[in-house]
Design a protein around this ligand. Structure first.
Ligand SMILES: *Cc1c(COP(=O)(O)O)cnc(C)c1O
Length: 465
């Protein structure tokens, strides 16, 4: 990725773009519940140390080391349940496993009644090994291999989401050779792309996923799929973006998907029973973000689809959604130990932590914004403008670009970056042979490693000399 659009070098505080950072919060000791997992609190009896799941972060650091992803199990379950309840029994919630997947998470999802999206053989293996029933798994991806498709069909996955003309034939052929008829959805691109507060309805069919609605291609895909004995076409799939707050992109997408369902009915005399509107619902990374609650999203989506179907005189199909970030994102924070602190006169203070872009690539990759707080103690020192950076050999190795931390921050302090549950551990790398951090689940005063820390032995085991 070209870095030219995002200069990584320091910029003077005075020239920070408007709205990029909003000045120090009145009290840096305060933890905004919007961005922190539900059980996170600061314990004012114990020097202001932060606790989560009933355990303080100093104890967690001693027990499990740093950096570590600390995940609030109750919060995870509660969010999963909120989505499930909001959509009710006439809809399905598929958790998008790519956001963060481990066997413990699969069990929690199973217990809370959610389904699961996977998009590789590795994710499928994780899901099956933790006992997720295959018929509650959907298999995604723009380039599934023959062996992945074969394993998915043999396992009996509930649906495969077809992503290209070639895959229609490939999946049909494999299913037939296994003597099966595989339920499939066809993923289409509706010409809408949504990110955060905006959506664009122009040429966003220019991407690798899905089959364009434009030019009758999606209709042609359905035509071909309906003729193949190995496939049972159960619905149409659309996923329009990520970190979305504005429902109008879904509105346009639903309108176009239902338009296709109507064309299918008119041409083939079949009403496909399902539509999937994908994931992409936004979370609060900073106090400036205002995500919607699952029940508001469910209500809005259900109303949109029902209205569109009524006007097309179609039976309302069963809806499914695929939230990843919105379930796991807010449930975890990354706990780091502060190392070198380097004040640059008139600019900002660089605060180095014991991880970095290897445990959170989102800032470098997407220019993502995060918050940060001192969590091992309270401090009433003057705020300082800080940039939290990692230990990697790359000047773009930034975890939090602009944030205020107490001016008396010192090596050995613990700081935490909230809302790192999604797309941090799952995108983690071994850059510089840094070892990937563990994921520690906390609940009722207990901590439990659900993904252990990588060791130098792990590294050397892969390197067969
Ligand atoms: C990435 C993805 C999701 C999940 O997106 P979130 O932003 O994590 O909610 C859901 N469905 C599909 C097809 C995806 O590619």
């Amino acid at each position: 990725m070209s870095r030219s659009a995002h200069p990584a070098g320091p910029r003077h505080a005075d020239v920070l773009p408007e709205g990029h950072y909003s000045g120090p919060a009145a009290d840096l000791n305060e933890l905004d519940p919007k961005v922190w997992a539900q059980t996170v609190t600061r314990d004012d009896d114990a020097n202001g140390v932060v606790t989560v799941g009933g355990i303080d972060v100093k104890t967690l650091a001693e027990r499990h080391g740093t950096p570590a992803y600390v995940l609030d199990e109750d919060d995870f379950r509660q969010r999963a349940r909120a989505w499930r309840t909001a959509f009710g029994h006439d809809a399905d919630v598929f958790y998008a496993g790519k956001a963060f997947l481990s066997r413990a998470v699969v069990r929690w999802l199973h217990e809370e009644g959610l389904n699961l999206d996977v998009c590789s053989g590795g994710e499928l293996a994780t899901a099956l090994s933790a006992g997720m029933p295959a018929d509650r798994i959907a298999f995604h991806g723009n380039n599934k291999s023959v062996s992945e498709i074969t394993r998915a069909i043999e396992a009996g996955v509930g649906r495969i989401v077809l992503d290209s003309f070639q895959e229609i034939v490939r999946v049909a052929h494999i299913a037939q050779s296994l003597g099966k008829r595989q339920p499939v959805q066809i993923r289409i691109t509706v010409g809408v792309e949504a990110h955060t507060h905006e959506f664009i309805a122009t040429a966003h069919e220019d991407q690798k996923f899905g089959i364009p609605l434009a030019g009758g291609q999606a209709a042609e895909a359905v035509r071909r799929a309906l003729q193949l004995d190995g496939l049972e076409v159960i619905g149409i799939h659309s996923h329009i973006g990520s970190q979305i707050f504005d429902m109008s992109g879904f509105e346009v997408a639903a309108h176009r998907v239902v338009g296709l369902l109507k064309d299918i009915r008119d041409e083939h005399g079949v009403e496909l029973p399902e539509i999937d509107l994908g994931g992409g619902l936004g979370i609060a990374y900073t106090s400036d973000d205002d995500p919607r609650e699952p029940h508001e999203i469910a209500k809005a989506l259900t109303e949109i689809v029902t209205r569109e179907c009524d006007s097309a005189k179609l039976r309302t199909p069963r809806i499914s959604v695929e939230p990843g970030r919105a379930i796991v994102g807010p449930t975890a924070f990354t706990l780091y130990e502060v190392g070198t602190i380097k004040p640059l006169d008139g600019l900002r203070t660089y605060v180095s932590v014991d991880g970095g872009m290897s445990d959170n690539i989102r800032t470098a990759l997407y220019d993502a914004e995060y918050s940060v707080a001192l969590v091992s103690r309270r401090s009433d020192a003057e705020p300082m403008l800080a940039r939290v950076v990692g230990k990697h050999c790359e000047s773009g190795d930034i975890v939090v670009k602009d944030a205020f931390l107490p001016g008396d921050l010192a090596p050995g302090d613990l700081i935490a970056v909230p809302a790192t549950g999604a797309y941090c551990r799952s995108m983690a790398s071994n850059y510089n042979h840094v070892l990937r951090p563990p994921v520690v689940a906390v609940k009722d005063g207990e901590s439990r490693v659900i993904v252990r820390r990588e060791t130098e032995e792990d590294l050397l085991r892969l390197d067969v000399g």
